[in-house]
Design a protein around this ligand. Structure first.
Ligand code: SAH
Length: 471
């Protein structure tokens, strides 16, 4: 981030602008909305500039910009539309100590003005550091559509009421009041009675909230999916939007944690797959402790919370404490992994069932019905299977599985650093150990990447995500 976003208080400050044409006018459109003292230097201004001066919205000096003109100014704009003149003005203004913007010249500017969506006092600024003005315009258009024009009115009424709202306790009760105002009570009052209805509606809403029973805590067990934030459900997004506390595993990626409400307390309980059972008790206690205080707790788990997620222990802890809970499903690693290799988990005439196995359980290597998995066509997705690979290989071959059975390992499924390794049961080890996997990895027994199947007679195929299409 080369440009640091700030909102500058221009009330009573001097802002100088050199230029008398359309470019100058365009810059003044936003500047004249501020409470700055705006001084424009132009020897030969267009009539619209003179009109602004006549209305008292700018101070017009009918001469060129000179040394000292930017003394004490907060900002200076070089808007003459003439490179040499703009450069001269920029040098003079900078010498006077002002921050300079040269219109349409990012590199010559100390600051740039973002695209904005104006619902004063709500102002959304969009910047792309000059990299993608088209994108900025598109985002602006989307926001213009999404944010109702009445937002500014509601916010202005709200601003005048902030003191009164302090009657509610700080934190959740006050936030709930404001959410209720902006989401429901405010728009409704405006629609039914116009601006005159806003002040009484604020009083009424405050009164309702002062007499409301304190909100009970709640725990949402939310599936964060395999890592790609686009694979979150809308419900997961909503839960993150309102969370007071987010308790998450190591599997949850930073890009997803970024989506939590900014004020949310983030707690990393750092369990990946299997952890010590004492830690589980601590996690249970932590969840209960926060929910008891009335917090909206999001217990965020990688993939789907109901798959190898120790969900039941945590639900039991909530039940024992009388805390309400809900489960928001997520996309499990097996779904993400097969999507990536273009295969189905089940397929007519090949396999009518699929097994989700864990390579490890609390006692170590997890035993399964290997005999049932040995016949051709059977499909299994092994979670936490990296360390168990040799034992899985041995057990399956012992029960007569064909060494040529395809095996695919997908590391970091759905993430930019994902790797796919296609091998066979016979070569599964040492292939998996040799691969030096560092991220979470899923071992798919009985499935080869769709476009690499032919290569399985030869060597193992390592498919980097981006090359997959080329294979
Ligand atoms: N609840 C999770 C699984 C938790 S167990 C889910 O539904 O996906 C942890 C194991 O899941 C890891 O050891 C790994 O085998 C698998 N896993 C989780 N995320 C993964 C990913 N992005 N890519 C590959 N495997 C993943």
């Amino acid at each position: 981030m080369r440009h640091y976003p700030v909102f500058l208080d221009l009330k009573g400050r001097r802002v100088v602008l050199a230029g008398g044409g359309e470019t100058a006018l365009a810059k003044l459109r936003l500047l004249t909305k501020t409470e700055a003292r705006i001084e424009v230097f132009a020897a030969d201004p267009v009539p619209a500039l003179q009109a602004l001066a006549d209305e008292g919205r700018i101070h017009l000096h009918r001469r060129g910009f000179a040394a000292g003109d930017a003394a004490g100014a907060a900002l200076a704009y070089a808007a003459a539309d003439d490179e040499a003149e703009d450069r001269r003005v920029a040098a003079l203004a900078r010498a006077d100590g002002a921050l300079v913007n040269v219109v349409d010249d990012l590199n010559a500017s100390d600051f740039i003005t973002p695209a904005i969506v104006d619902r004063d006092p709500v102002v959304v600024a969009i910047g792309t550091e000059g990299a993608a003005p088209v994108l900025a315009r598109r985002i602006k258009a989307e926001l213009e559509e999404r944010l109702p024009a009445s937002l500014g009115l509601l916010a202005r009424a709200g601003r005048a009421f902030r003191r009164a709202a302090e009657a509610l306790p700080h934190g959740r009760p006050r936030r709930d009041f404001w959410s209720d105002w902006y989401d429901r009570a405010g728009p409704k009052a405006l629609e039914e009675g116009g601006t005159a209805a806003l002040a009484p509606a604020l009083e009424r809403t405050l009164d309702d909230h002062r007499h409301a029973r304190p909100r009970a805590g709640h725990v949402a067990f939310v599936g964060a999916g395999p890592g790609d934030p686009d694979l979150l459900t809308l419900k997961a997004r909503k839960a993150l939007d309102v969370a007071d506390v987010v308790i998450h595993d190591r599997l949850v990626t930073p890009a997803i944690l970024e989506l939590a409400r900014r004020e949310a307390v983030m707690i990393d309980v750092g369990k990946e797959g299997f952890g010590a059972s004492a830690a589980q008790d601590d996690i249970d206690a932590l969840i209960v402790e926060h929910a008891r205080k009335g917090a909206q707790v999001v217990r965020l788990k990688g993939g789907d919370p109901t798959i190898f997620g120790r969900l039941d222990e945590e639900i039991d802890a909530c039940d024992a404490a009388g805390i309400e809970w809900s489960v928001v499903p997520g996309i499990t690693a097996a779904s993400a992994a097969v999507a990536q290799i273009g295969q189905s988990l089940t397929r007519r005439t090949r396999n009518s069932s699929v097994r989700l196995l864990t390579g490890h359980d609390m006692k170590g290597f997890a035993e399964h019905d290997w005999k049932a998995l040995a016949p051709p066509g059977e499909v299994a997705a092994i979670y936490m299977g990296k360390r168990a690979a040799r034992l899985v290989q041995g057990r399956l071959m012992m029960h007569g599985a064909d060494p040529a059975t395809p095996v695919t390992v997908v590391e970091n499924a759905s993430r930019p650093d994902s790797r796919t390794i296609a091998t066979t049961l016979g070569r599964m080890e040492p292939t998996i150990s040799d691969a030096g996997l560092t991220g979470p990895a899923l071992v798919l027994i009985g499935l080869a990447p769709r476009h690499a199947a032919y290569a399985l007679d030869g060597q193992d195929v390592r498919i980097e995500l981006k090359e997959e299409a080329a294979l």
